[in-house]
Design a protein around this ligand. Structure first.
Ligand SMILES: [Fe+2]
Length: 246
């Protein structure tokens, strides 16, 4: 039987970590109840997205600006503050960038529903807030996928049947599951592939709010100033292209 890697004389240094930000927020029960009530009412008669088995997501159903609604202002302020903290933790110089909420939408996942693997190429930073969840993952976990499993050495080996890599080895994980908890906010790079696993909780509909955040150069970096090479100028300095002449 293989020895645990942590017990070997050989030291393994995990490199290039994916930064998952987590913070447990504490909204009062009234704020939570109002947000839950509004989110539950949004799908109307619809229950999926629209494929049966896929959770209802507001971004595909015309509900992607909930951060502008009165009931969600507490959450908006929390996401903004935590997004700045996340950037600071990653080493960003905060006075050189501006942050925008592009979209914010609810996700309603009933019994047996999932959200398939995807990422958000229109955004830079993703945030998800959980309105409910008991930390067991029964209602469906947020599944974050590794960009590439370089430690499997032989490409594809980790998905093989019966080894030879020990299952769920910490240096060869294809994904990490985050079980929702009421009040939990998570942040991660928007380019990260993610999914929501099946809701197996027959008693509770899984409720969350997703945010797409966009990073630009700060507004004071105008047309006469220098810019970081790959950071988009502030949108105030963009020039719309005229419609094509007919
Ligand atoms: Fe997503």
């Amino acid at each position: 039987m293989a020895r645990r890697w942590a017990e070997l004389t050989l030291q393994i240094q995990p490199l290039f970590p994916l930064a998952l930000g987590r913070v447990q927020l504490g909204p009062d029960p009234l704020k939570t109840a109002v947000m839950m009530q509004e989110v539950l009412a949004l799908p109307g008669g619809a229950s999926s997205n629209p494929d049966p088995g896929c959770a209802w997501t507001g971004d595909l159903n015309g509900v992607w600006q909930v951060h502008r609604q009165a009931s969600f202002q507490w959450l908006r302020r929390q996401v903004e503050a935590q997004a700045w903290d996340y950037l600071e933790a990653l080493g960003f110089e905060l006075n050189q960038v501006d942050l925008f909420i592009q979209r914010a939408w609810p996700v309603v996942s009933g019994l047996g529903m999932v959200v398939g693997r995807h990422h958000h190429p229109n955004a830079h930073l993703s945030a998800v807030f959980y309105l409910n969840g008991d930390g067991t993952g029964r209602g469906g976990c947020l599944r974050l996928f590794a960009t590439r499993q370089v430690n499997e050495l032989v490409p594809g080996l980790g998905v093989g049947h019966g080894g030879p890599i020990a299952p769920e080895h910490p240096l060869n994980l294809p994904w990490l599951d985050v079980p929702p908890e009421a009040g939990l906010l998570v942040l991660f790079p928007a380019c990260t592939d993610h999914a929501v696993t099946e809701n197996q909780d027959g008693e509770n509909v899984r409720l969350s709010i997703s945010f797409d955040l966009y990073l630009s150069a700060c507004r004071s970096r105008g047309p006469d100033g220098s810019l970081a090479e790959y950071l988009a100028p502030h949108p105030d300095h963009w020039t719309p292209v005229s419609p094509r002449p007919s």
